[in-house]
Design a protein around this ligand. Structure first.
Ligand code: UDP
Length: 406
């Protein structure tokens, strides 16, 4: 990984200097991050980058993953969907499965840091280990809980209420809670394999490997195969565009170990795409960062037609590459795209199709939107801003009036 100094040409030396200054004040506290998967999805993506940089700043930061069987992850996927407002069949057995696995993790995990940083609902019950010692507990919610299924939300509330603080990506994705709340949006790493510049030859090789025509305009959605990412809706929109323009669609994604639903979704997508040779459905293994980078860079338009979204890192990744993006006006996507300025927002299959067609037919307009998007990501959603927010959060947890408590 590049050292923090390597980011100076992008964000300026003051930004990096400030991080070291803040780290001086916060490195007395150790930080333990816990989530439910080491690979796949935005949370793992963020932790993969943030932990090494916190360590470089001198913070004793680590990352652990809870354990759970298929039954548990089926339940937590249902919780995830229900918190996003999707209708799910949830019964008393589901809550028991959650409790049993939580208890097992509580027995087996050693939680010793000064700051316990718990990500999303799956590991939320680790709060049962909170005692009167000085450790501060943060619940970091990466999903949109503004309109949750009441049963699931009410089940989680007694856990949440015992945390010292909650972090959401944006006010519109949060809930009123009787604890301190912080609003910290996620970030991307501009120098990671996922986002760094790539030579044209490497991009061409990736297209060749996936049997994609390099001459035909390419519309792409990169996402886990998840109903909430609406891959079938993307195909519907693409086929409307195809009536007017010769182009191809790439739907690329992998699996996350905490998402047992993805195989079913991938099968449905493959079935739906089978009759259309211009739709490429790519199941790519985790860690294929250079491939994803190349696919994004090769695209004429990038789509993120989510039905619900937490933040939508794939949108930041596309905008950082100055790509024109068509995305649903949901979750954190609206923080990233100002309609007709840094991308096009859509609300339906027809709306998405119209926007994709407009961008394919107006390359100058598309380029302008991509450039504006790049600038916006640079200002607000790079990992240096994220690190600064985390360090300030740590500081404020121990700040009590005029003194910093230890
Ligand atoms: N991603 C990936 N491989 C895939 C699908 C997605 O590496 O097959 C990455 C994607 O590039 C992004 C993250 O996983 O960095 C997805 O984050 P996002 O916030 O868009 O969605 P989430 O999966 O967390 O709902």
């Amino acid at each position: 990984m590049p050292p923090l100094k390597a980011y100076e040409p992008i964000v300026g030396p003051q930004v990096i200097g400030e991080l070291y200054l803040l780290a001086e004040k916060t490195k007395r506290w150790s930080v333990q991050n816990i989530n439910s998967t080491a690979v796949g999805g935005g949370v793992a993506e963020i932790l993969n980058r943030m932990i090494p940089f916190l360590q470089e700043l001198g913070i004793n930061a680590k990352w652990d993953v809870i354990k759970g069987g298929e039954k548990f992850f089926k339940v937590t996927k249902k919780f995830h969907n229900a918190l996003h407002g999707r209708v799910e069949e949830i019964g008393p057995d589901d809550f028991s499965v959650f409790d049993e696995t939580s208890e097992m993790n509580n027995k087996n995990m050693e939680l010793t840091a000064d700051i316990m940083f718990i990500h999303d609902p799956q590991p939320i019950a680790l709060i049962n280990q909170k005692d009167s010692k000085r450790a501060k507990w943060i619940w970091r919610c990466h999903i949109d809980v503004s309109n949750p299924d009441e049963r699931v939300w009410n089940f989680l509330r007694p856990f949440i209420d015992r945390y010292d603080a909650a972090v959401f990506s944006a006010p519109a994705l949060s809930q009123p809670l009787p604890l301190r709340q912080f609003l910290i949006s996620p970030s991307i790493d501009p120098l990671s394999d996922k986002n760094k510049d790539l030579p044209d030859e490497m991009i061409r090789n990736v297209l060749e490997r996936f049997a994609i025509d390099p001459e035909k305009p390419m519309v792409t959605q990169i996402s886990r195969f998840d109903y909430l990412k609406d891959p079938l809706g993307v195909i519907d929109a693409f086929e409307i565009v195809q009536h007017h323009l010769d182009c191809q669609l790439v739907l690329a994604g992998g699996e996350a170990t905490d998402d047992p639903e993805s195989t079913e979704v991938l099968d449905k997508v493959r079935e739906r795409a089978a009759s259309n040779p211009d739709v490429h459905v790519l199941a790519i293994p985790s860690g294929s960062d250079l491939e994803i980078n190349a696919l994004q860079r090769a695209s004429a338009v990038i789509v993120q037609k989510s039905i619900k979204e937490g933040f939508g890192l794939t949108v930041s990744e596309a905008l950082w590459k100055a790509k024109p993006v068509v995305a649903s006006a949901v979750g954190g996507i609206t923080l990233q795209i100002a309609h007709k300025y840094s991308g096009l927002l859509c609300h339906s299959v027809e709306g998405a199709a119209h926007a994709i067609k407009q961008l394919l037919q107006n390359p100058e307009y598309a380029t302008k939107l991509g450039q504006n998007g790049h600038e916006h990501i640079k200002q607000s959603f790079l990992l240096t801003r994220h690190l600064r927010d985390y360090l300030l959060l740590f500081l404020s947890l121990f700040y009590d009036g005029d003194v910093i408590t230890l």
